[in-house]
Design a protein around this ligand. Structure first.
Ligand SMILES: [Ca+2]
Ligand SMILES: [Ca+2]
Length: 449
């Protein structure tokens, strides 16, 4: 790992200047004498540390206030598995819209926790089985929360949600879906307000949260890296956008950090972005839906973050930059994900950047959400909550507000669902799902006082 050493030339100079001023002050009897600036400043430029990532901040610190509510219903799953039917119903049959049939055997109460288990087994014409349950009772306005862990594999949708029923006598009647969380391994929270007309969604509003990730990363190499090949790779379990990938030749005037600027390459004297050189060739692991035209690889280095290359969904994702001759690289940075209403979406959970040096790959920088930061919602229980009133629908994570929606259509009582689903909307479906489970410690409903 090559890293830039932080220099402190400016600090030393500043302290020296202060010392000179204070000495001068004493000697000249309280008259300040400004020391002469040396005529020949040092030629070495002192660069700030431009190895960085830009954290995506949580939207709010506002906490749920339950003082106007009382606990009206709860299930701690603190009973034998055979009693599950007292409160809940299981689909117990094949599914049309996801890759797993949902069976009662996959919804198991074990030591105070409900496990919704994913298994690779042929049943009912599907390759996977999973589990779900819904309440026999319906519920209205109030605060809902559940404490649970995700199944520890991509391709699983770990959801706690409320749903209405279509009216057979009125096919145009709108009914509601309130998704407190459709959680995707390792850290994605998806909240939705959806309004359905029988058979088709009429409108929906979605907010996503991705704890611990960044839309841009940068690495500076103080001594430069001599290579003619740079490789970026990721095991990210979803397809993803890389909006711009910049590889700067070693530059004595430092490197820029205004990563979202489309004039960044001209922001500092001497910058040479080798990723946009006339002699670079770029190769990638694939394209979203095998469509090389919609998000082409040329978007990786076309000078604008408005365009992106989008990877394929399955397998390792990678980009390689190759030059016919050896280059001397001083800094690499990239912007990933996509921006929606001020929120970055689908930012990558891991990456590695390597250079080919003397025929061997040398790691220049890396990040891994689970290994480096320990952020993995399948490892730890978290609490997902929703406050539903006549006017608003507010979603919470560990009691902190994530998102507020206006309530425009959801005025009727709904059923509580706990569901594990398997499908590639939630990331790559692999055998790693087999044997994992969504684990629910408890579910609670508080009614307004
Ligand atoms: Ca671009
Ligand atoms: Ca429990």
């Amino acid at each position: 790992m090559i890293q830039m050493k932080k220099s402190n030339y400016f600090l030393v100079s500043y302290l020296f200047l202060l010392a000179v001023i204070s000495c001068s002050k004493e000697e000249s009897n309280n008259e300040i004498v400004i020391p002469e600036i040396p005529e020949d400043p040092p030629t070495a430029v002192d660069c700030p540390d431009t190895t960085f990532n830009f954290a995506i901040l949580p939207p709010s610190d506002e906490e749920i206030n339950l003082s106007n509510y009382s606990l009206a219903w709860e299930d701690d799953f603190d009973y034998p598995d055979s009693q599950l039917e007292e409160n809940w119903t299981s689909q117990n049959g094949p599914s049309g819209h996801i890759d797993c049939g949902r069976y009662r055997e996959n919804a198991k109460v074990v030591d105070g926790v409900l496990e919704l288990q994913g298994r690779k087994e042929n049943r009912g014409g599907q390759e996977w089985t999973c589990g779900n349950i819904w309440t026999k009772q319906k519920f209205g306005y109030g605060y809902y929360e559940a404490r649970y862990k995700y199944a520890g594999a991509t391709g699983t949708n770990n959801s706690f949600w409320l749903f209405g029923s279509p009216d057979p006598n009125d096919p145009n009647k709108i009914f509601c879906e309130l998704d407190i969380n459709e959680g995707w391994y390792p850290n994605r929270i998806n909240t939705n307000v959806r309004h359905h007309i029988k058979g088709k969604g009429s409108s929906s509003d979605t907010y996503r949260s991705e704890d611990g990730l960044s839309y841009a990363y940068g690495h500076t190499f103080e001594d430069g890296v001599k290579t003619n090949k740079i490789r970026f790779s990721s095991k990210n379990g979803f397809h993803f956008h890389v909006r711009e990938f910049r590889i700067y030749e070693q530059n004595e005037n430092c490197y820029p950090t205004d990563v979202l600027s489309n004039t960044i390459d001209n922001s500092i004297d001497g910058l040479n972005n080798l990723a946009r050189g006339s002699d670079v060739s770029i190769e990638v692991s694939g394209f979203l839906n095998d469509d090389a035209d919609r998000f082409p690889l040329t978007n990786l280095a076309d000078g604008t973050i408005n365009s992106s290359w989008v990877s394929q969904l399955n397998g390792e994702k990678w980009i390689e930059f190759t030059w016919p001759t050896e280059q001397e690289i001083g800094h690499i940075q990239f912007v990933n994900g996509w921006l929606n209403n001020g929120v970055w979406n689908q930012t990558i959970t891991d990456y590695k950047i390597e250079a080919l040096v003397n025929d061997e790959w040398v790691e220049l920088g890396s990040f891994d959400l689970v290994e480096d930061k320990g952020i993995d919602y399948s490892e730890n229980f978290h609490v997902y909550g929703m406050e539903w009133t006549e006017d608003e629908i507010k979603y919470y994570f560990n009691n902190k507000l994530l998102k507020t929606y206006k309530n425009t259509e959801c005025f009727e009582e709904l059923t509580i669902f706990l569901s594990l689903a398997i499908f590639d909307v939630a990331g790559e479906v692999t055998d790693a799902i087999d044997g994992t489970s969504m684990k629910i410690d408890w579910v609670r409903y508080y009614e307004p006082l």
